[in-house]
Write a protein that binds this ligand. Structure first.
Ligand code: G3P
Ligand code: MG
Length: 251
């Protein structure tokens, strides 16, 4: 499997440091950096006008002071939203970040990103990849980016656009079933990203023995998670990675 030589840390901050700052915002990434976490996981999708933004949900209700579907909003509309005070008054005025703004911050802080191509129901995976991947590859060096998705069409298009050896791709699984290779081989994946609660020891060992890197999301309980380090898991994606300090395996 030809891949950039990516050194992944044990701990990756899920949606930025989302236990301590509003998820997927510039503040959440700055908070991860301040906490000594070198990589963040972030979600990217498109506004209705085609602007790529860092956002998880299909709607803006949960994480802003507005209402509506992302697919029906343009950049001018989301600029008026407050995407911080739902989390805490201190974040009042936080804006939804565009991909361009987020990439500039990651570059400035020399942080790595696991960027999830988030294809919510009814959204076009091809448009998402085509609007995001060139910018990601342009701004961040290969060892600072790992692009992942649950959506196989998005992964395939990313591989087509990037070529065979300059982009690390991760395949996201809810449950890693017996036919897990069928999703990984066609896109020359670097990594398998598994829901830690649904991952079996047998499947973990198959993944690792086949030469794939194994990451787990979204774990916040280091004690419950602990046995999985011995299954070959390389990195944990956590809302609060600091909880894992003191619970990590020897290097
Ligand atoms: O990329 C890991 C994890 O973020 C996938 O689930 O729903 O948090 O994007 P979700
Ligand atoms: Mg995600």
């Amino acid at each position: 499997m030809p891949h950039p030589d990516i050194s992944l840390p044990r701990l990756i901050a899920h949606r930025g440091l989302s236990a301590h700052a509003p998820e997927n915002t510039l503040s959440a990434v700055r908070a991860a950096h301040a906490a000594g976490i070198a990589w963040v996981e972030l979600d990217v999708q498109l506004l209705g006008d085609g602007t790529p933004v860092i956002w998880h949900d299909a709607t803006i209700r949960r994480c802003s002071d507005g209402r509506g579907r992302l697919a029906e909003l343009d950049l001018a509309a989301v600029r008026r939203l407050d995407a911080g005070s739902w989390f805490g008054d201190v974040f009042l005025g936080e804006r939804m970040a565009t991909l361009a703004e987020m990439l500039a911050l990651l570059d400035e802080l020399a942080m790595g990103v696991n960027l999830e191509l988030k294809v919510n129901r009814g959204r076009d995976p091809l448009a998402l990849v085509e609007a995001t991947l060139p910018a990601v590859m342009d701004v961040l060096p290969p060892e600072q980016r790992l692009v992942s998705s649950f959506n196989d069409t998005a992964l395939a298009r990313a591989r087509d656009l990037a070529g065979p050896d300059s982009l690390a791709l991760g395949v996201l699984f809810e449950a890693v079933g017996r036919d897990w290779r069928r999703r990984c081989e066609p896109v020359q994946a670097l990594s398998v990203h598994a829901d830690w609660k649904r991952l079996s020891r047998m499947r973990a060992s198959e993944v690792v023995n086949a030469g794939y890197r194994l990451l787990c999301y979204t774990a916040n309980d280091p004690t419950a998670f602990a046995p999985r380090w011995h299954w070959g898991v390389e990195s944990v994606i956590s809302d609060d990675p600091a909880r894992f300090l003191g619970h990590l395996p020897e290097a």
